[in-house]
Design a protein around this ligand. Sequence first.
Ligand code: NAG
Ligand code: NAG
Ligand code: NAG
Ligand code: NAG
Ligand code: NAG
Length: 215
Amino acid sequence: MYPWNWIKLMMIILLLMAGLSPLINASPLSACSNCGDFGVPYPLSTNDDCGDKRYKLYCNNDSLEFLSRTGTYYKILKIDPSANKLVIKPPIILKNTCYSSDLTGGGLQLDESSPFNISTLNTVMLLNCSHNILQSPLNCSSNSICRQFEEKVEEGSGCMGTLCCHFLKDSAMNSHKIRLKVGSCTAYTSLVDFKPNESFKTWNYGIELQWLPPN
Ligand SMILES: *[C@@H]1O[C@H](CO)[C@@H](O)[C@H](O)[C@H]1NC(C)=O
Ligand SMILES: *[C@@H]1O[C@H](CO)[C@@H](O)[C@H](O)[C@H]1NC(C)=O
Ligand SMILES: *[C@@H]1O[C@H](CO)[C@@H](O)[C@H](O)[C@H]1NC(C)=O
Ligand SMILES: *[C@@H]1O[C@H](CO)[C@@H](O)[C@H](O)[C@H]1NC(C)=O
Ligand SMILES: *[C@@H]1O[C@H](CO)[C@@H](O)[C@H](O)[C@H]1NC(C)=O
């Protein structure tokens, strides 16, 4: 009697495991492990076996990075999983020039089908622009904050004396790109949640992206 019971028990266990295994493999809530000191909350994914592959990020040498459609990596500065938002570092402006490091890729470009888009909390400064972009809602006046960036911030000094503009990137604009082009504008930077009375010393540089939650 004893071995027979044992076999029955084993069969029940095996059946249970077989029934559960597809669920374990496809576990929808497995977060990826940290990248350096950075937590990688679900659905963000640095690896095929964790997170959700549509929300791909890269862990390059302990630095968590976002890859654009045109092949530029942007360092991630902050993630707010409860708001489905993250902030990436704007590209650097190459020294003694007015060229953003992502100019050859046309600025920041996200895939139209990507679950990520550019949020409406960004104030973008476009630098070294040509006159044909002078149109609202761009503020290209002599008191635009981009003048302060050129005059008071080392990184913007290479752009001094050229036409620059700033604008709030709101929902009326394409939320998948900040476009640069030689002959249009060749550099940019961005501030998250900029307040008009804020001093340039406390500007919060970044580009906030948001993602459509998985369903
Ligand atoms: C990785 O990061 C470390 C520390 O910041 C640095 O010393 C090293 O050169 C980096 N390696 C690569 C391949 O970038
Ligand atoms: C342009 O921006 C500056 C600085 O924020 C502001 O003082 C000025 O009123 C703006 N001009 C226009 C035309 O919106
Ligand atoms: C500004 O842009 C023009 C082309 O649009 C380029 O020829 C020029 O070198 C740029 N200026 C700087 C300072 O990078
Ligand atoms: C800027 O204005 C906001 C309200 O519009 C106020 O709460 C804040 O204290 C002001 N900051 C400074 C530095 O004046
Ligand atoms: C950007 O994505 C968010 C979340 O998916 C969505 O609510 C918002 O409408 C999108 N914005 C634009 C301008 O498409």
